[in-house]
Design a protein around this ligand. Sequence first.
Ligand SMILES: [Mn+2]
Length: 300
Amino acid sequence: MQEVIEIFLVLGHNYSYTDVDSILSSVIFAEIWTVLGHPSKAVMINHKGIKESTIKILEKIRNIEIPQVVTKTELENSDIIMVDHNDPEESYGKLGITQTPYMIIDHHIDIGLRAEYKIIEQVGSTCTLVAEISKAEGVSLTERQARILAFGIISDTRGLKGQKTSERDIKMIDYLYKESSICESVETIAKMVIKPVNIKKMSIDDILRSSLKEYKKGTIAIAAIEVSDDGYKDLLEEIGNNGYKMGYGLYVLMIIKHHAQETEILYFDRDYGIFPKIEQRKGLVSRGKSLVPEILEICS
Ligand SMILES: [Mn+2]
Protein backbone atom coordinates (compact mmCIF):
# COMPACT_ATOMS: atom_id res chain seq x y z
CA MET A 1 0.00 0.00 0.00
CA GLN A 2 1.22 3.41 -0.91
CA GLU A 3 1.14 6.01 1.75
CA VAL A 4 -0.87 9.04 0.76
CA ILE A 5 1.09 12.18 1.39
CA GLU A 6 -1.17 15.01 2.27
CA ILE A 7 -0.27 18.14 0.43
CA PHE A 8 -1.45 21.62 1.24
CA LEU A 9 -2.37 23.87 -1.66
CA VAL A 10 -1.69 27.55 -1.02
CA LEU A 11 -3.99 29.76 -3.01
CA GLY A 12 -4.09 33.53 -3.46
CA HIS A 13 -7.00 35.44 -4.97
CA ASN A 14 -7.52 34.49 -8.63
CA TYR A 15 -10.74 36.26 -9.63
CA SER A 16 -10.79 38.52 -11.32
CA TYR A 17 -7.01 38.66 -11.02
CA THR A 18 -4.15 37.71 -8.80
CA ASP A 19 -1.51 40.29 -7.85
CA VAL A 20 2.10 40.50 -6.72
CA ASP A 21 1.34 40.18 -2.97
CA SER A 22 -0.89 37.16 -3.60
CA ILE A 23 1.66 35.29 -5.69
CA LEU A 24 4.69 36.10 -3.55
CA SER A 25 2.96 35.32 -0.26
CA SER A 26 1.57 32.02 -1.60
CA VAL A 27 4.93 30.84 -2.94
CA ILE A 28 6.94 31.78 0.16
CA PHE A 29 4.33 30.54 2.62
CA ALA A 30 4.21 27.17 0.82
CA GLU A 31 8.00 26.95 1.26
CA ILE A 32 7.85 27.88 4.94
CA TRP A 33 4.96 25.53 5.67
CA THR A 34 6.90 22.74 3.95
CA VAL A 35 9.95 23.43 6.13
CA LEU A 36 7.63 23.18 9.14
CA GLY A 37 6.82 19.62 8.09
CA HIS A 38 3.70 20.10 5.97
CA PRO A 39 4.39 19.51 2.27
CA SER A 40 2.80 22.38 0.38
CA LYS A 41 2.74 24.06 -2.96
CA ALA A 42 1.48 27.39 -4.21
CA VAL A 43 -1.17 27.06 -6.89
CA MET A 44 -3.50 29.05 -9.09
CA ILE A 45 -6.90 28.02 -10.46
CA ASN A 46 -7.62 30.66 -13.09
CA HIS A 47 -5.19 30.61 -16.00
CA LYS A 48 -6.60 33.94 -17.14
CA GLY A 49 -6.14 35.40 -13.68
CA ILE A 50 -2.69 36.86 -14.14
CA LYS A 51 -2.15 40.10 -15.99
CA GLU A 52 0.74 40.70 -18.37
CA SER A 53 1.89 43.57 -16.14
CA THR A 54 2.11 41.20 -13.15
CA ILE A 55 4.11 38.66 -15.16
CA LYS A 56 6.54 41.41 -16.12
CA ILE A 57 7.05 42.39 -12.49
CA LEU A 58 7.69 38.75 -11.52
CA GLU A 59 10.28 38.46 -14.28
CA LYS A 60 12.07 41.47 -12.86
CA ILE A 61 12.03 40.04 -9.34
CA ARG A 62 13.57 36.78 -10.67
CA ASN A 63 13.80 33.47 -8.75
CA ILE A 64 10.05 33.20 -8.53
CA GLU A 65 7.88 30.86 -10.50
CA ILE A 66 4.27 31.52 -11.30
CA PRO A 67 2.20 28.98 -9.34
CA GLN A 68 0.96 26.08 -11.40
CA VAL A 69 -2.75 25.93 -12.30
CA VAL A 70 -4.57 23.00 -10.64
CA THR A 71 -7.95 21.46 -11.28
CA LYS A 72 -11.09 21.48 -9.19
CA THR A 73 -10.56 17.80 -8.29
CA GLU A 74 -7.04 18.47 -7.05
CA LEU A 75 -8.32 21.24 -4.82
CA GLU A 76 -11.16 19.11 -3.48
CA ASN A 77 -8.70 16.41 -2.48
CA SER A 78 -6.35 18.74 -0.66
CA ASP A 79 -6.27 21.04 2.30
CA ILE A 80 -6.59 24.62 1.13
CA ILE A 81 -4.62 27.49 2.60
CA MET A 82 -6.04 30.83 1.48
CA VAL A 83 -3.67 33.77 1.38
CA ASP A 84 -4.31 37.42 0.61
CA HIS A 85 -8.08 36.97 0.53
CA ASN A 86 -10.73 35.40 2.73
CA ASP A 87 -13.70 35.39 0.39
CA PRO A 88 -13.99 32.12 -1.56
CA GLU A 89 -15.68 34.07 -4.37
CA GLU A 90 -12.23 35.43 -5.20
CA SER A 91 -10.89 31.91 -5.68
CA TYR A 92 -12.19 28.35 -5.25
CA GLY A 93 -15.80 29.40 -4.67
CA LYS A 94 -15.89 30.36 -8.34
CA LEU A 95 -15.35 26.66 -9.18
CA GLY A 96 -18.31 25.66 -7.03
CA ILE A 97 -16.17 24.24 -4.22
CA THR A 98 -17.69 24.70 -0.79
CA GLN A 99 -15.10 23.15 1.53
CA THR A 100 -13.77 24.88 4.61
CA PRO A 101 -10.18 26.07 4.19
CA TYR A 102 -7.58 24.69 6.57
CA MET A 103 -5.99 28.07 7.07
CA ILE A 104 -6.48 31.71 6.11
CA ILE A 105 -3.67 34.27 6.14
CA ASP A 106 -4.96 37.63 5.04
CA HIS A 107 -5.06 41.38 5.56
CA HIS A 108 -8.48 42.22 4.10
CA ILE A 109 -11.73 42.72 6.00
CA ASP A 110 -12.79 39.41 7.55
CA ILE A 111 -16.03 38.23 5.93
CA GLY A 112 -16.44 35.59 8.62
CA LEU A 113 -15.51 32.39 6.78
CA ARG A 114 -14.68 29.49 9.07
CA ALA A 115 -11.23 27.93 8.98
CA GLU A 116 -9.19 25.73 11.26
CA TYR A 117 -6.56 28.44 11.62
CA LYS A 118 -7.17 32.02 10.82
CA ILE A 119 -4.72 34.90 10.80
CA ILE A 120 -6.43 38.05 9.58
CA GLU A 121 -4.63 41.21 10.60
CA GLN A 122 -5.03 44.75 9.35
CA VAL A 123 -1.54 45.23 7.98
CA GLY A 124 -0.47 46.48 4.57
CA SER A 125 0.56 43.21 2.97
CA THR A 126 0.09 39.47 3.33
CA CYS A 127 3.85 39.15 2.86
CA THR A 128 4.26 40.99 6.19
CA LEU A 129 2.17 38.30 7.90
CA VAL A 130 4.12 35.49 6.18
CA ALA A 131 7.42 37.03 7.31
CA GLU A 132 6.05 37.41 10.86
CA ILE A 133 4.96 33.77 10.92
CA SER A 134 8.37 32.55 9.77
CA LYS A 135 10.00 34.65 12.48
CA ALA A 136 7.63 33.43 15.18
CA GLU A 137 8.06 29.80 14.11
CA GLY A 138 11.85 30.10 14.01
CA VAL A 139 12.14 29.35 10.31
CA SER A 140 15.02 31.43 9.06
CA LEU A 141 14.46 32.98 5.69
CA THR A 142 16.93 32.54 2.88
CA GLU A 143 18.26 35.67 1.18
CA ARG A 144 15.95 34.93 -1.72
CA GLN A 145 12.87 34.53 0.49
CA ALA A 146 13.61 37.71 2.46
CA ARG A 147 14.05 39.70 -0.76
CA ILE A 148 10.87 38.31 -2.28
CA LEU A 149 8.83 39.12 0.84
CA ALA A 150 10.24 42.67 0.79
CA PHE A 151 9.01 43.01 -2.79
CA GLY A 152 5.55 41.86 -1.72
CA ILE A 153 5.37 44.30 1.19
CA ILE A 154 6.63 47.23 -0.87
CA SER A 155 4.21 46.37 -3.67
CA ASP A 156 1.07 46.16 -1.57
CA THR A 157 1.92 49.18 0.63
CA ARG A 158 2.78 51.25 -2.47
CA GLY A 159 6.35 51.79 -1.31
CA LEU A 160 5.27 52.05 2.38
CA LYS A 161 3.35 55.21 1.44
CA GLY A 162 -0.14 53.83 0.83
CA GLN A 163 -2.93 54.28 3.33
CA LYS A 164 -2.88 50.58 4.28
CA THR A 165 0.73 50.78 5.49
CA SER A 166 1.00 49.83 9.17
CA GLU A 167 3.75 50.04 11.75
CA ARG A 168 4.22 46.28 11.36
CA ASP A 169 5.01 46.56 7.63
CA ILE A 170 7.65 49.21 8.28
CA LYS A 171 9.13 47.17 11.13
CA MET A 172 9.24 44.05 8.98
CA ILE A 173 10.96 45.87 6.11
CA ASP A 174 13.60 47.17 8.57
CA TYR A 175 14.08 43.65 9.87
CA LEU A 176 14.35 42.05 6.42
CA TYR A 177 16.92 44.64 5.31
CA LYS A 178 18.90 44.15 8.51
CA GLU A 179 18.88 40.35 8.39
CA SER A 180 19.61 39.85 4.71
CA SER A 181 21.48 41.63 1.98
CA ILE A 182 18.71 42.93 -0.24
CA CYS A 183 20.63 44.95 -2.80
CA GLU A 184 17.82 47.17 -4.08
CA SER A 185 16.60 50.06 -1.90
CA VAL A 186 12.93 50.42 -0.94
CA GLU A 187 12.66 53.27 -3.47
CA THR A 188 14.17 51.16 -6.25
CA ILE A 189 11.83 48.27 -5.53
CA ALA A 190 8.88 50.66 -5.39
CA LYS A 191 9.75 51.86 -8.89
CA MET A 192 9.99 48.26 -10.09
CA VAL A 193 6.63 47.15 -8.71
CA ILE A 194 4.43 50.23 -8.94
CA LYS A 195 3.58 50.96 -12.49
CA PRO A 196 1.18 53.82 -12.89
CA VAL A 197 -0.53 53.11 -16.18
CA ASN A 198 -0.62 55.30 -19.23
CA ILE A 199 -4.36 55.76 -19.11
CA LYS A 200 -4.42 57.43 -22.51
CA LYS A 201 -3.30 54.22 -24.16
CA MET A 202 -6.12 52.22 -22.57
CA SER A 203 -9.61 51.66 -23.93
CA ILE A 204 -12.47 53.08 -21.85
CA ASP A 205 -13.61 49.55 -21.09
CA ASP A 206 -10.16 48.58 -19.77
CA ILE A 207 -10.12 51.71 -17.62
CA LEU A 208 -13.57 50.99 -16.19
CA ARG A 209 -12.62 47.35 -15.49
CA SER A 210 -9.21 48.13 -14.07
CA SER A 211 -8.67 46.01 -10.92
CA LEU A 212 -12.45 45.71 -10.64
CA LYS A 213 -13.88 43.93 -7.63
CA GLU A 214 -17.51 43.04 -7.05
CA TYR A 215 -19.38 43.13 -3.75
CA LYS A 216 -22.87 42.34 -2.46
CA LYS A 217 -23.47 39.46 -4.84
CA GLY A 218 -22.25 41.41 -7.82
CA THR A 219 -24.57 44.40 -7.38
CA ILE A 220 -21.76 46.79 -6.43
CA ALA A 221 -18.42 47.11 -8.19
CA ILE A 222 -15.38 49.19 -7.36
CA ALA A 223 -12.57 49.64 -9.87
CA ALA A 224 -9.27 51.38 -9.19
CA ILE A 225 -6.67 52.86 -11.47
CA GLU A 226 -3.33 54.39 -10.55
CA VAL A 227 -2.08 57.35 -12.53
CA SER A 228 1.03 59.51 -12.44
CA ASP A 229 -0.20 62.65 -14.19
CA ASP A 230 -3.36 64.59 -14.99
CA GLY A 231 -3.78 62.99 -18.43
CA TYR A 232 -6.87 61.17 -17.19
CA LYS A 233 -8.80 64.45 -17.09
CA ASP A 234 -9.18 64.37 -20.87
CA LEU A 235 -11.03 61.09 -20.50
CA LEU A 236 -13.39 62.07 -17.69
CA GLU A 237 -16.22 62.92 -20.05
CA GLU A 238 -16.04 59.57 -21.79
CA ILE A 239 -15.71 57.78 -18.46
CA GLY A 240 -18.76 59.70 -17.27
CA ASN A 241 -20.72 58.58 -20.30
CA ASN A 242 -19.93 54.93 -19.73
CA GLY A 243 -19.95 54.36 -15.97
CA TYR A 244 -23.66 53.58 -15.78
CA LYS A 245 -23.35 51.17 -18.69
CA MET A 246 -21.30 48.90 -16.42
CA GLY A 247 -24.69 47.67 -15.28
CA TYR A 248 -24.19 47.76 -11.51
CA GLY A 249 -26.54 49.17 -8.91
CA LEU A 250 -23.48 51.10 -7.75
CA TYR A 251 -20.32 51.37 -9.79
CA VAL A 252 -17.32 53.26 -8.40
CA LEU A 253 -14.06 54.22 -10.07
CA MET A 254 -11.13 55.29 -7.89
CA ILE A 255 -8.45 57.30 -9.65
CA ILE A 256 -5.40 57.08 -7.42
CA LYS A 257 -3.15 60.01 -8.23
CA HIS A 258 0.43 59.24 -7.27
CA HIS A 259 1.70 62.59 -8.53
CA ALA A 260 -0.69 64.57 -6.33
CA GLN A 261 -1.01 62.10 -3.42
CA GLU A 262 -4.76 62.38 -3.87
CA THR A 263 -7.62 60.15 -4.87
CA GLU A 264 -10.53 61.11 -7.08
CA ILE A 265 -13.59 58.91 -6.66
CA LEU A 266 -16.36 58.73 -9.27
CA TYR A 267 -19.70 57.25 -8.26
CA PHE A 268 -22.32 55.89 -10.64
CA ASP A 269 -25.17 55.38 -8.24
CA ARG A 270 -28.23 53.88 -9.83
CA ASP A 271 -29.81 52.12 -6.84
CA TYR A 272 -29.08 54.15 -3.73
CA GLY A 273 -29.38 57.81 -4.66
CA ILE A 274 -27.02 58.91 -1.87
CA PHE A 275 -23.51 59.04 -3.27
CA PRO A 276 -21.98 62.20 -4.77
CA LYS A 277 -21.01 62.05 -8.44
CA ILE A 278 -17.42 62.91 -7.67
CA GLU A 279 -15.29 63.19 -4.57
CA GLN A 280 -11.68 64.25 -3.95
CA ARG A 281 -9.76 62.79 -1.02
CA LYS A 282 -6.32 63.44 0.35
CA GLY A 283 -3.77 60.65 0.11
CA LEU A 284 -3.69 57.34 -1.74
CA VAL A 285 -7.00 55.95 -0.53
CA SER A 286 -7.15 52.20 0.08
CA ARG A 287 -10.10 50.43 -1.46
CA GLY A 288 -10.07 47.52 0.99
CA LYS A 289 -9.38 49.49 4.13
CA SER A 290 -11.44 52.64 3.57
CA LEU A 291 -13.80 52.66 0.67
CA VAL A 292 -15.22 49.12 0.76
CA PRO A 293 -16.22 49.14 4.46
CA GLU A 294 -17.66 52.65 4.09
CA ILE A 295 -19.70 51.83 1.03
CA LEU A 296 -20.94 48.48 2.33
CA GLU A 297 -21.99 50.14 5.58
CA ILE A 298 -23.92 52.84 3.73
CA CYS A 299 -25.53 50.31 1.38
CA SER A 300 -26.63 47.81 4.03
MN1 LIG B 1 -2.50 41.89 -0.49
